[in-house]
Design a protein around this ligand. Structure first.
Ligand code: ATP
Ligand code: MG
Ligand code: MG
Ligand code: MG
Length: 471
Protein backbone atom coordinates (compact mmCIF):
# COMPACT_ATOMS: atom_id res chain seq x y z
CA UNK A 1 0.00 0.00 0.00
CA UNK A 2 1.37 3.40 -0.91
CA UNK A 3 0.39 6.63 0.84
CA UNK A 4 -2.45 7.44 -1.58
CA UNK A 5 -3.96 4.01 -0.99
CA UNK A 6 -3.67 4.32 2.78
CA UNK A 7 -5.44 7.70 2.81
CA UNK A 8 -8.23 6.35 0.63
CA UNK A 9 -8.62 3.07 2.54
CA UNK A 10 -8.93 4.98 5.79
CA UNK A 11 -11.64 7.32 4.57
CA UNK A 12 -13.51 4.47 2.85
CA UNK A 13 -13.43 2.39 6.02
CA UNK A 14 -15.02 5.08 8.17
CA UNK A 15 -17.39 6.26 5.48
CA UNK A 16 -18.79 2.74 5.42
CA UNK A 17 -19.33 3.11 9.15
CA UNK A 18 -21.43 6.23 8.71
CA UNK A 19 -18.75 8.85 9.21
CA UNK A 20 -19.04 12.14 7.36
CA UNK A 21 -15.82 12.71 5.44
CA UNK A 22 -14.57 16.22 6.20
CA UNK A 23 -11.88 18.13 4.29
CA UNK A 24 -8.65 19.02 6.04
CA UNK A 25 -8.73 22.51 7.50
CA UNK A 26 -5.80 24.84 6.66
CA UNK A 27 -2.58 24.51 8.67
CA UNK A 28 -3.00 28.17 9.56
CA UNK A 29 -5.78 28.03 12.16
CA UNK A 30 -8.90 30.00 11.49
CA UNK A 31 -10.16 31.94 14.45
CA UNK A 32 -8.30 30.13 17.23
CA UNK A 33 -5.83 32.50 18.87
CA UNK A 34 -4.59 29.75 21.22
CA UNK A 35 -2.96 27.92 18.34
CA UNK A 36 0.15 28.65 16.25
CA UNK A 37 -0.49 25.97 13.64
CA UNK A 38 -3.07 23.24 13.26
CA UNK A 39 -1.50 20.43 15.25
CA UNK A 40 -4.14 17.69 15.14
CA UNK A 41 -7.24 16.56 13.29
CA UNK A 42 -9.44 17.58 16.20
CA UNK A 43 -8.61 21.29 16.01
CA UNK A 44 -11.40 22.05 13.55
CA UNK A 45 -13.84 20.13 15.77
CA UNK A 46 -12.88 21.88 18.99
CA UNK A 47 -16.23 23.63 19.40
CA UNK A 48 -18.14 20.45 18.65
CA UNK A 49 -16.16 18.57 21.29
CA UNK A 50 -16.72 21.38 23.78
CA UNK A 51 -20.45 21.24 23.08
CA UNK A 52 -20.50 24.86 21.87
CA UNK A 53 -21.64 23.86 18.41
CA UNK A 54 -23.91 21.20 16.94
CA UNK A 55 -23.77 19.90 13.38
CA UNK A 56 -25.94 17.49 11.49
CA UNK A 57 -23.49 14.63 11.93
CA UNK A 58 -22.21 12.81 15.02
CA UNK A 59 -19.41 10.92 13.30
CA UNK A 60 -16.65 12.34 11.17
CA UNK A 61 -13.41 11.25 9.50
CA UNK A 62 -10.66 13.29 7.88
CA UNK A 63 -7.08 13.47 6.71
CA UNK A 64 -5.71 16.59 8.35
CA UNK A 65 -2.58 18.56 7.48
CA UNK A 66 -0.70 19.21 10.72
CA UNK A 67 2.34 21.26 11.70
CA UNK A 68 4.13 20.66 14.98
CA UNK A 69 6.85 23.25 15.13
CA UNK A 70 5.87 25.38 18.08
CA UNK A 71 3.59 25.59 21.09
CA UNK A 72 2.62 22.53 23.10
CA UNK A 73 3.44 20.08 20.32
CA UNK A 74 6.84 20.98 18.91
CA UNK A 75 8.82 18.32 17.07
CA UNK A 76 11.22 20.59 15.19
CA UNK A 77 14.29 19.42 17.06
CA UNK A 78 13.59 15.74 16.38
CA UNK A 79 13.47 16.02 12.61
CA UNK A 80 16.21 14.02 10.93
CA UNK A 81 17.25 12.46 14.23
CA UNK A 82 14.72 9.75 14.99
CA UNK A 83 13.21 8.94 11.60
CA UNK A 84 9.65 9.36 12.87
CA UNK A 85 9.03 12.98 13.82
CA UNK A 86 8.23 15.52 11.15
CA UNK A 87 7.27 19.16 11.39
CA UNK A 88 4.51 18.60 8.82
CA UNK A 89 2.52 15.38 8.64
CA UNK A 90 -0.92 14.15 7.76
CA UNK A 91 -3.18 12.81 10.47
CA UNK A 92 -5.89 10.28 9.69
CA UNK A 93 -8.69 10.72 12.21
CA UNK A 94 -12.15 9.57 13.12
CA UNK A 95 -14.53 11.18 15.60
CA UNK A 96 -17.61 10.52 17.61
CA UNK A 97 -19.35 13.58 19.00
CA UNK A 98 -21.34 12.14 21.87
CA UNK A 99 -22.06 9.02 19.79
CA UNK A 100 -20.00 5.79 20.00
CA UNK A 101 -17.38 5.55 22.69
CA UNK A 102 -14.51 3.35 23.85
CA UNK A 103 -15.65 -0.06 22.66
CA UNK A 104 -16.50 0.79 19.05
CA UNK A 105 -13.48 3.03 18.54
CA UNK A 106 -11.08 0.40 19.88
CA UNK A 107 -12.69 -2.38 17.86
CA UNK A 108 -12.58 -0.40 14.62
CA UNK A 109 -9.00 0.73 15.13
CA UNK A 110 -7.90 -2.84 15.74
CA UNK A 111 -9.89 -4.17 12.80
CA UNK A 112 -8.42 -1.50 10.52
CA UNK A 113 -4.88 -2.36 11.61
CA UNK A 114 -5.33 -6.11 11.15
CA UNK A 115 -7.69 -6.38 8.22
CA UNK A 116 -7.05 -3.29 6.13
CA UNK A 117 -3.44 -2.44 6.87
CA UNK A 118 -2.76 -6.15 7.36
CA UNK A 119 -0.41 -5.60 10.27
CA UNK A 120 0.73 -8.66 12.20
CA UNK A 121 -0.87 -8.50 15.69
CA UNK A 122 2.31 -10.03 17.12
CA UNK A 123 4.03 -6.72 16.28
CA UNK A 124 1.38 -4.52 17.89
CA UNK A 125 1.46 -3.13 21.43
CA UNK A 126 -1.11 -1.10 23.28
CA UNK A 127 -0.92 1.50 26.04
CA UNK A 128 -3.80 2.60 28.26
CA UNK A 129 -4.12 5.28 30.90
CA UNK A 130 -3.45 4.09 34.47
CA UNK A 131 -7.00 4.92 35.57
CA UNK A 132 -8.79 3.64 32.49
CA UNK A 133 -9.82 0.11 33.48
CA UNK A 134 -12.60 0.14 30.94
CA UNK A 135 -10.24 0.41 27.95
CA UNK A 136 -7.90 -2.11 29.53
CA UNK A 137 -10.74 -4.61 29.84
CA UNK A 138 -11.80 -4.05 26.22
CA UNK A 139 -8.30 -4.72 24.90
CA UNK A 140 -7.62 -7.66 27.15
CA UNK A 141 -10.98 -9.42 27.44
CA UNK A 142 -12.83 -8.55 24.26
CA UNK A 143 -10.17 -7.93 21.63
CA UNK A 144 -8.01 -10.54 23.37
CA UNK A 145 -4.73 -8.71 23.00
CA UNK A 146 -1.95 -10.63 24.72
CA UNK A 147 -1.69 -9.00 28.21
CA UNK A 148 2.10 -8.82 27.84
CA UNK A 149 1.44 -6.43 24.93
CA UNK A 150 -0.51 -3.98 27.09
CA UNK A 151 1.14 -1.29 29.17
CA UNK A 152 -0.48 1.11 31.65
CA UNK A 153 0.99 4.59 31.67
CA UNK A 154 0.33 7.90 33.41
CA UNK A 155 -0.68 11.37 32.29
CA UNK A 156 2.59 12.16 30.58
CA UNK A 157 2.05 9.54 27.86
CA UNK A 158 -1.63 8.74 27.99
CA UNK A 159 -3.53 11.92 28.67
CA UNK A 160 -3.95 13.97 25.51
CA UNK A 161 -4.45 17.73 25.33
CA UNK A 162 -4.52 20.01 22.33
CA UNK A 163 -2.85 22.84 24.21
CA UNK A 164 -2.67 24.37 27.69
CA UNK A 165 -6.45 24.90 27.61
CA UNK A 166 -9.24 23.15 25.73
CA UNK A 167 -10.65 19.66 25.31
CA UNK A 168 -8.61 16.77 26.69
CA UNK A 169 -8.86 13.27 28.09
CA UNK A 170 -7.23 9.91 28.69
CA UNK A 171 -6.06 7.99 25.64
CA UNK A 172 -5.14 4.55 24.51
CA UNK A 173 -2.49 4.12 21.83
CA UNK A 174 -1.39 1.50 19.35
CA UNK A 175 2.33 1.04 18.78
CA UNK A 176 4.27 -1.21 16.44
CA UNK A 177 7.51 -3.11 16.82
CA UNK A 178 9.91 -2.10 14.05
CA UNK A 179 12.33 -4.93 14.80
CA UNK A 180 10.19 -8.04 15.22
CA UNK A 181 13.11 -10.15 14.03
CA UNK A 182 14.70 -9.52 17.42
CA UNK A 183 12.11 -11.77 19.04
CA UNK A 184 9.59 -11.25 21.84
CA UNK A 185 9.63 -7.90 23.47
CA UNK A 186 9.25 -7.18 27.18
CA UNK A 187 6.76 -4.36 26.83
CA UNK A 188 6.01 -4.36 30.53
CA UNK A 189 9.50 -3.08 31.29
CA UNK A 190 8.74 0.15 29.50
CA UNK A 191 9.29 0.55 25.82
CA UNK A 192 12.42 0.79 23.78
CA UNK A 193 11.97 3.87 21.59
CA UNK A 194 14.19 2.47 18.84
CA UNK A 195 12.04 -0.56 18.48
CA UNK A 196 8.56 0.68 19.20
CA UNK A 197 6.82 3.50 17.40
CA UNK A 198 3.41 4.96 18.14
CA UNK A 199 1.04 4.87 15.21
CA UNK A 200 -2.48 5.60 16.48
CA UNK A 201 -3.88 7.53 19.38
CA UNK A 202 -7.49 7.12 20.54
CA UNK A 203 -8.47 9.95 22.87
CA UNK A 204 -11.56 9.81 25.03
CA UNK A 205 -12.54 13.43 25.32
CA UNK A 206 -14.13 13.94 28.69
CA UNK A 207 -12.83 17.25 30.02
CA UNK A 208 -12.10 20.85 29.20
CA UNK A 209 -8.99 22.39 30.73
CA UNK A 210 -9.64 25.95 31.89
CA UNK A 211 -7.27 28.92 32.23
CA UNK A 212 -6.68 28.15 35.90
CA UNK A 213 -5.62 24.60 34.87
CA UNK A 214 -8.64 22.96 36.46
CA UNK A 215 -10.66 20.36 34.54
CA UNK A 216 -14.35 20.80 33.84
CA UNK A 217 -16.34 17.79 32.58
CA UNK A 218 -17.57 18.10 28.99
CA UNK A 219 -21.32 17.98 28.34
CA UNK A 220 -20.89 14.75 26.36
CA UNK A 221 -18.26 12.06 25.92
CA UNK A 222 -16.54 12.05 22.56
CA UNK A 223 -13.86 10.15 20.69
CA UNK A 224 -10.98 11.77 18.85
CA UNK A 225 -8.45 9.55 17.10
CA UNK A 226 -5.29 10.37 15.19
CA UNK A 227 -3.00 8.15 13.17
CA UNK A 228 0.08 9.45 11.39
CA UNK A 229 -0.12 8.74 7.66
CA UNK A 230 3.63 9.12 7.26
CA UNK A 231 4.27 6.56 9.98
CA UNK A 232 1.80 4.08 8.53
CA UNK A 233 3.39 4.57 5.10
CA UNK A 234 6.73 3.79 6.73
CA UNK A 235 5.39 0.56 8.25
CA UNK A 236 3.77 -0.47 4.97
CA UNK A 237 7.03 0.23 3.14
CA UNK A 238 8.76 -2.17 5.55
CA UNK A 239 11.21 0.38 6.77
CA UNK A 240 12.02 2.14 10.03
CA UNK A 241 12.28 5.70 8.79
CA UNK A 242 9.51 7.95 7.48
CA UNK A 243 11.97 9.53 5.07
CA UNK A 244 12.28 6.23 3.18
CA UNK A 245 8.70 6.45 1.91
CA UNK A 246 7.04 7.65 -1.28
CA UNK A 247 6.09 10.84 0.59
CA UNK A 248 9.72 11.97 0.61
CA UNK A 249 11.65 10.15 -2.10
CA UNK A 250 10.66 12.53 -4.92
CA UNK A 251 11.74 15.53 -2.80
CA UNK A 252 15.10 13.99 -2.02
CA UNK A 253 15.56 12.83 -5.59
CA UNK A 254 15.05 16.42 -6.71
CA UNK A 255 17.60 17.76 -4.22
CA UNK A 256 20.14 15.16 -5.32
CA UNK A 257 19.46 15.89 -8.98
CA UNK A 258 19.94 19.64 -8.43
CA UNK A 259 23.30 18.85 -6.86
CA UNK A 260 24.27 16.91 -9.98
CA UNK A 261 24.41 13.61 -8.08
CA UNK A 262 21.12 11.85 -8.84
CA UNK A 263 20.08 8.97 -6.62
CA UNK A 264 20.91 5.68 -8.29
CA UNK A 265 20.58 3.24 -5.42
CA UNK A 266 18.08 4.21 -2.70
CA UNK A 267 19.41 1.74 -0.14
CA UNK A 268 22.86 3.23 -0.51
CA UNK A 269 21.44 6.75 -0.35
CA UNK A 270 19.55 5.98 2.90
CA UNK A 271 22.77 5.06 4.70
CA UNK A 272 24.90 7.79 3.16
CA UNK A 273 26.62 10.28 5.42
CA UNK A 274 24.47 13.24 4.36
CA UNK A 275 21.10 11.52 4.56
CA UNK A 276 20.14 13.66 7.57
CA UNK A 277 20.70 16.80 5.52
CA UNK A 278 18.39 15.52 2.79
CA UNK A 279 15.81 14.47 5.40
CA UNK A 280 15.73 17.86 7.09
CA UNK A 281 15.50 19.65 3.77
CA UNK A 282 12.64 17.41 2.60
CA UNK A 283 10.73 17.86 5.85
CA UNK A 284 11.23 21.60 6.08
CA UNK A 285 10.33 22.44 2.50
CA UNK A 286 7.13 20.42 2.79
CA UNK A 287 6.14 22.36 5.92
CA UNK A 288 6.94 25.74 4.47
CA UNK A 289 5.19 25.02 1.16
CA UNK A 290 1.99 23.82 2.83
CA UNK A 291 1.96 26.77 5.24
CA UNK A 292 2.48 29.38 2.52
CA UNK A 293 -0.21 27.79 0.35
CA UNK A 294 -2.56 28.10 3.31
CA UNK A 295 -1.90 31.82 3.54
CA UNK A 296 1.06 32.11 5.94
CA UNK A 297 3.91 34.54 5.22
CA UNK A 298 7.50 34.83 6.39
CA UNK A 299 7.81 37.44 9.09
CA UNK A 300 9.59 38.38 12.27
CA UNK A 301 7.16 37.13 14.80
CA UNK A 302 4.68 34.41 15.52
CA UNK A 303 3.90 31.94 12.80
CA UNK A 304 5.86 33.73 10.09
CA UNK A 305 8.97 33.71 12.22
CA UNK A 306 8.68 29.98 12.84
CA UNK A 307 8.54 29.51 9.07
CA UNK A 308 11.51 31.81 8.54
CA UNK A 309 13.54 29.81 11.04
CA UNK A 310 12.56 26.53 9.42
CA UNK A 311 13.51 27.84 6.00
CA UNK A 312 16.91 29.09 7.19
CA UNK A 313 17.62 25.76 8.83
CA UNK A 314 16.89 24.04 5.53
CA UNK A 315 19.11 26.47 3.64
CA UNK A 316 21.95 25.82 6.02
CA UNK A 317 21.61 22.03 5.65
CA UNK A 318 21.59 22.58 1.90
CA UNK A 319 24.67 24.79 2.05
CA UNK A 320 26.45 21.89 3.73
CA UNK A 321 25.51 19.67 0.81
CA UNK A 322 27.06 22.16 -1.59
CA UNK A 323 24.17 24.38 -2.68
CA UNK A 324 25.45 27.87 -3.31
CA UNK A 325 22.21 29.63 -4.13
CA UNK A 326 18.44 29.21 -3.91
CA UNK A 327 17.35 25.61 -4.44
CA UNK A 328 14.45 25.04 -2.06
CA UNK A 329 11.91 26.74 -4.30
CA UNK A 330 12.58 24.07 -6.92
CA UNK A 331 11.87 21.34 -4.40
CA UNK A 332 8.71 23.20 -3.40
CA UNK A 333 7.53 22.60 -6.96
CA UNK A 334 7.93 18.86 -6.35
CA UNK A 335 5.87 19.13 -3.14
CA UNK A 336 3.14 20.66 -5.29
CA UNK A 337 3.42 17.84 -7.85
CA UNK A 338 3.41 15.19 -5.14
CA UNK A 339 0.39 16.48 -3.26
CA UNK A 340 -1.58 18.59 -5.70
CA UNK A 341 -4.07 15.80 -6.40
CA UNK A 342 -4.92 15.57 -2.68
CA UNK A 343 -4.70 19.25 -1.74
CA UNK A 344 -5.85 21.55 -4.57
CA UNK A 345 -4.68 24.65 -2.65
CA UNK A 346 -1.13 23.60 -3.57
CA UNK A 347 -1.97 23.80 -7.24
CA UNK A 348 -3.46 27.26 -6.91
CA UNK A 349 -0.92 28.67 -4.46
CA UNK A 350 2.17 26.68 -5.44
CA UNK A 351 3.91 29.08 -7.79
CA UNK A 352 3.38 32.06 -5.50
CA UNK A 353 4.75 30.00 -2.60
CA UNK A 354 7.80 28.99 -4.65
CA UNK A 355 8.48 32.62 -5.43
CA UNK A 356 8.22 33.65 -1.79
CA UNK A 357 10.60 30.82 -0.90
CA UNK A 358 13.06 31.81 -3.59
CA UNK A 359 13.22 35.40 -2.34
CA UNK A 360 13.57 34.30 1.24
CA UNK A 361 16.39 31.85 0.53
CA UNK A 362 18.15 34.29 -1.75
CA UNK A 363 18.42 36.71 1.16
CA UNK A 364 19.75 34.14 3.56
CA UNK A 365 22.25 32.80 1.02
CA UNK A 366 23.70 36.30 0.71
CA UNK A 367 25.10 36.21 4.21
CA UNK A 368 25.28 32.54 5.00
CA UNK A 369 28.96 32.01 4.26
CA UNK A 370 30.03 34.98 6.34
CA UNK A 371 27.76 33.75 9.12
CA UNK A 372 29.23 30.27 9.00
CA UNK A 373 32.71 31.76 9.10
CA UNK A 374 31.84 33.80 12.19
CA UNK A 375 30.27 30.75 13.77
CA UNK A 376 33.39 28.63 13.13
CA UNK A 377 35.53 31.31 14.68
CA UNK A 378 33.22 31.57 17.71
CA UNK A 379 33.14 27.79 18.09
CA UNK A 380 36.93 27.56 17.95
CA UNK A 381 37.21 30.21 20.67
CA UNK A 382 34.59 28.62 22.93
CA UNK A 383 35.21 25.99 25.52
CA UNK A 384 31.77 24.53 26.27
CA UNK A 385 29.36 27.30 25.44
CA UNK A 386 29.21 29.89 22.67
CA UNK A 387 28.67 33.27 24.29
CA UNK A 388 25.35 35.07 24.05
CA UNK A 389 27.12 37.99 22.39
CA UNK A 390 28.24 35.77 19.49
CA UNK A 391 24.82 34.17 19.19
CA UNK A 392 23.32 37.65 19.10
CA UNK A 393 25.79 38.84 16.48
CA UNK A 394 25.01 35.86 14.29
CA UNK A 395 21.33 36.64 14.54
CA UNK A 396 21.35 40.40 14.15
CA UNK A 397 24.05 40.58 11.51
CA UNK A 398 23.76 37.39 9.51
CA UNK A 399 20.19 36.28 10.14
CA UNK A 400 21.09 33.06 11.97
CA UNK A 401 18.24 32.48 14.42
CA UNK A 402 19.50 31.23 17.80
CA UNK A 403 17.98 27.80 17.37
CA UNK A 404 19.98 27.34 14.18
CA UNK A 405 23.16 28.41 15.95
CA UNK A 406 22.25 25.97 18.68
CA UNK A 407 22.03 23.04 16.24
CA UNK A 408 25.35 24.01 14.71
CA UNK A 409 26.89 24.26 18.18
CA UNK A 410 25.42 20.91 19.17
CA UNK A 411 27.09 19.31 16.18
CA UNK A 412 30.39 20.39 17.68
CA UNK A 413 29.51 19.26 21.19
CA UNK A 414 28.93 22.85 22.34
CA UNK A 415 26.02 24.71 23.90
CA UNK A 416 24.95 28.33 23.60
CA UNK A 417 24.38 30.95 26.30
CA UNK A 418 20.69 31.56 25.77
CA UNK A 419 20.18 33.81 28.78
CA UNK A 420 22.83 36.28 27.67
CA UNK A 421 21.54 36.12 24.10
CA UNK A 422 17.97 36.84 25.15
CA UNK A 423 18.99 39.83 27.26
CA UNK A 424 20.91 41.30 24.32
CA UNK A 425 18.08 40.64 21.92
CA UNK A 426 15.53 42.38 24.11
CA UNK A 427 17.88 45.34 24.50
CA UNK A 428 18.39 45.49 20.75
CA UNK A 429 14.67 45.39 20.03
CA UNK A 430 13.97 48.16 22.52
CA UNK A 431 16.76 50.29 21.12
CA UNK A 432 15.73 49.88 17.50
CA UNK A 433 12.02 50.32 18.08
CA UNK A 434 10.72 53.06 15.86
CA UNK A 435 14.06 53.61 14.13
CA UNK A 436 14.19 50.84 11.65
CA UNK A 437 11.03 51.61 9.77
CA UNK A 438 12.27 50.13 6.54
CA UNK A 439 12.97 46.81 8.15
CA UNK A 440 9.59 46.74 9.83
CA UNK A 441 7.78 47.57 6.65
CA UNK A 442 9.63 44.86 4.78
CA UNK A 443 9.21 42.41 7.64
CA UNK A 444 12.94 41.92 7.96
CA UNK A 445 13.82 43.54 11.26
CA UNK A 446 15.98 40.70 12.48
CA UNK A 447 17.90 40.69 9.29
CA UNK A 448 19.23 43.88 7.77
CA UNK A 449 20.16 45.60 10.98
CA UNK A 450 23.85 45.85 10.18
CA UNK A 451 24.41 45.10 6.52
CA UNK A 452 22.41 47.83 4.98
CA UNK A 453 24.57 48.40 1.96
CA UNK A 454 23.05 48.30 -1.52
CA UNK A 455 23.73 44.57 -1.80
CA UNK A 456 21.20 43.80 0.89
CA UNK A 457 18.46 46.22 0.00
CA UNK A 458 15.44 44.03 0.07
CA UNK A 459 12.57 44.73 -2.25
CA UNK A 460 11.23 41.23 -2.70
CA UNK A 461 8.13 41.41 -0.60
CA UNK A 462 7.06 44.79 -1.80
CA UNK A 463 7.32 43.55 -5.37
CA UNK A 464 5.58 40.37 -4.58
CA UNK A 465 2.80 42.02 -2.61
CA UNK A 466 2.25 44.38 -5.51
CA UNK A 467 2.04 41.47 -7.93
CA UNK A 468 -0.36 39.57 -5.77
CA UNK A 469 -2.63 42.52 -5.36
CA UNK A 470 -3.11 43.04 -9.05
CA UNK A 471 -3.74 39.35 -9.68
P1 ATP B 1 4.95 10.80 19.66
O1 ATP B 1 4.78 10.23 21.04
O2 ATP B 1 5.55 9.85 18.70
O3 ATP B 1 5.62 12.14 19.69
P2 ATP B 1 2.38 11.92 19.91
O4 ATP B 1 1.89 11.12 21.07
O5 ATP B 1 2.92 13.26 20.20
O6 ATP B 1 3.47 11.07 19.08
P3 ATP B 1 -0.32 12.33 19.02
O7 ATP B 1 -0.50 13.71 19.47
O8 ATP B 1 -0.93 11.25 19.83
O9 ATP B 1 1.25 12.04 18.79
O10 ATP B 1 -0.79 12.27 17.49
C1 ATP B 1 -1.43 11.15 16.87
C2 ATP B 1 -0.55 10.45 15.87
O11 ATP B 1 0.06 11.36 14.95
C3 ATP B 1 0.63 9.71 16.47
O12 ATP B 1 0.23 8.46 16.97
C4 ATP B 1 1.57 9.59 15.29
O13 ATP B 1 1.22 8.50 14.45
C5 ATP B 1 1.33 10.87 14.52
N1 ATP B 1 2.37 11.88 14.82
C6 ATP B 1 2.47 12.65 15.92
N2 ATP B 1 3.49 13.51 15.83
C7 ATP B 1 4.06 13.28 14.63
C8 ATP B 1 5.16 13.86 13.95
N3 ATP B 1 5.85 14.87 14.48
N4 ATP B 1 5.47 13.39 12.73
C9 ATP B 1 4.76 12.39 12.16
N5 ATP B 1 3.71 11.80 12.75
C10 ATP B 1 3.35 12.23 13.97
MG1 MG C 1 4.81 13.93 20.24
MG1 MG D 1 3.07 9.73 22.24
MG1 MG E 1 0.11 10.06 21.20
Amino acid sequence: MNSDQIRQAYLDYFKKREHEVIESSPVVPQGDPTLLFTNAGMNQFKDLLLGNEVRDYKRAASVQKCIRAGGKHNDLDEVGKDGRHLTFFEMLGNWSFGDYYKKASIEWAWDFCLNVLELDPARLYVTVHNDDDESLAIWRDEIKVDPTHILKLGDKDNFWAMGPTGPCGPCTEIHIDLQPEKGPFEFLDGYDPDRIVEIWNLVFMESNRLEDESLEPLPMKSVDTGMGLDRVAMVKANTNNVFHTDLFKPLMAKAAELLGTPVIDWQEFFVSEKFTNFSVIADHIRTVTFALCDGAKFSNDGRGYVLRRILRRAVRYGRELGFEGPFLHQIAAVVVENYGHVYPELKTGGSRASEMIRLEEERFFRNIDRGIELFEQAAAESKDVISGARVFELHATYGFPPDLTEIMAEEKGLGIDKTEYEALWVQHQNASRGKDLYADAAGVGDWITVHEGPSSTFVGYTDLEAKTRVM
